[in-house]
Write a protein that binds this ligand. Sequence first.
Ligand SMILES: Nc1ncnc2c1ncn2[C@@H]1O[C@H](COP(=O)(O)OP(=O)(O)OP(=O)(O)O)[C@@H](O)[C@H]1O
Length: 668
Amino acid sequence: HQFIRLFRYLGDDEDGVISNVSHSQALLTKLQQKVKQKQRQSLAKQRERTDEEETEQQEVPSETKDEKRSSEKHQQQKKKKRKSTAGVLLDADSNSSEPAGKKKRKGAEDKKQTSQESGQSVVGVSPESCRCETEREQEVEEPNKDSSAATGFRVLGGFESRPVHKAKRVLPQWLAEPDVIHRDIKCNLVPVSSVSGVSAQLLRKLEANGIQHFFPVQAEVIPAILEGAQHGFLIGRGGYRPRDLCVSAPTGSGKTLAFVIPVIQVLMERTVCEIRALAVLPTKELAQQCSDLNVCLVQVYKVFVSYAEGTPVKVVMLGGQRSFAAECASLSEQRGSVRCSTADIVVVTPGRLVDHISKNPGFCLEHLRFLIIDEADRMIDSMHQLWLSQVLKAVYCSAAGPEDRTLFRRTKPACITAASLSPGQMPLQKLLFSATLTQNPEKLQQLGLHQPQLFSSVHSPSSSTTPEEPTHKHERFDFPQGLTEFYVPCTMNKKPLLILHFVLYLKLRPILCFTNSRETAHRLYCLVKLFGGVQAAEFSSRLSPGERKKTLKDFEKGKIQLLISTDAAARGIDIKDVKCVVNYDAPQFIRTYIHRIGRTARAGKPGLAFTFLLRIQENNFLRMVMDAGSPGIQRQLVKPECLKGMEKQYEVVLQELADVIKDEKSRH
Ligand SMILES: Nc1ncnc2c1ncn2[C@@H]1O[C@H](COP(=O)(O)OP(=O)(O)OP(=O)(O)O)[C@@H](O)[C@H]1O
């Protein structure tokens, strides 16, 4: 089991619960390897010593000798265990869910059985020495090598200790060799009219919205989606399913329009209104309940609505702020005795989607043509919710028997054979989008992609093409072009002064400032307010959905100079003209960092990102950022003299803050 685990590629995903687990697993495995290596070395030494002692004590009766040896070993074992308690605990945890004690007992039983089978006598060996022996053998992982030499029998099933080679990442070709998207957003603009297949109506709309050129990701992906629907949306080209598309492009590079335009273009040609496209977005940290605000969902919905206006295509959002009954009513209407769909495109969160599939009989996905998965890496992390399997069940539920030969017959795709392709059927195409799309094939595999095609601005060297080429241990992502990254070495108590210095003296505003918890966000907000001179606001689950909506609007209008937020505003939110992002607390994971700093430098504009780093955080953080492919993060020192002027007032404010927080606590 351990072996298999070592040879699997362990991805470097960090964002989200599942990726946390896999990352910790990888670390755990590494630690275990180290512990085992150390144990092996010390055991080898121990064995040498024991052998020497044995030769010295030739005269001692064998039983006493055994006892003595095992009790000595036990003492050494105990000493060793004391030294590496952490390692032993990790071992016990990782290999099974059994408690450590139980596992040891099981080991002893196994050993007893092995010894009996191999003809070794355990008579005269105390249970204690037997236990030590068992532990030793478990740790060395070569239980039968020596015993076979002693008995003269070759013991089958014995393992020889061999050096374990680290698994080399070998990516499948589609991941290793993506269709490259130009990185430079400003130099690779394509006039909207030069992309064939986009109707005059949509072109006019684009121009009305101030878009004359497509960004590189749009110029690549829009034609690819349109090509898959070249023969209408009912049937794939030549009867084949179009390839599923994965798009990995930086934050703010225009991924939303890359799917909105082609999907509306294809669905404009439909005659009957049915749900043909689902855009699924992750549930926000703040939007656990349906009545809560999910800013990303609303933003994607608004873009769809804006481009669907004037076309027959209807867009509905589920998982926003309405009741389930109201959502059901928005999806269909009764015309005479028939219930008709009133939605072509549904923008939805996974939880709300599953609710409608299971509880709303009027929710029909049998005509689904596009499944758009935005923030795909987060969505893969939520695969344990089984939302995808529920969608697929709902799509193919109408599949009749093989005698059903209608054009609209839909069966769950299996292997491509002449029989399975005749007659052709309406394809379901998955479209994945993310700024931090995982390159871990095991994770992507969960989505059941069909001949996937990757569009990416990051080219990851493949060991499959050139085995000598060094492979990157860490996943690499593309950073926005106009972004300049800095880190500011500081101490904990200087952080509030630094942020005040940024707003008041460096005049870097508006600033979107991220903390790692809502408590820190609130404390900092209170402190800045008490200090005065800065229009500040907080954005976290402490606020009601209405308050948050208003706060974001005010921030966008420039009424707020400093918005102090949790990671609630880190992903997918498109706030116009954020000049500067400050990581007041350094993010733990690279994905969080990329999404946070991606709130600035959007759509090719310039932006600044500062991260306040404590001395203890510096090395790890900088390594994490460089490993992820950052073009460079510069050191920005703020001289203590710059903060001196504020220190007196700061001391006073700190006293007041303690009272305010105490007062708030007593009220709750
Ligand atoms: N072709 C274009 N020309 C000008 N502006 C554009 C164009 N395409 C998109 N934009 C603008 O760029 C901004 C970022 O776009 P969008 O929100 O789609 O980025 P994104 O890639 O989805 O980012 P994220 O990964 O952070 O969600 C938006 O304000 C959008 O209106």
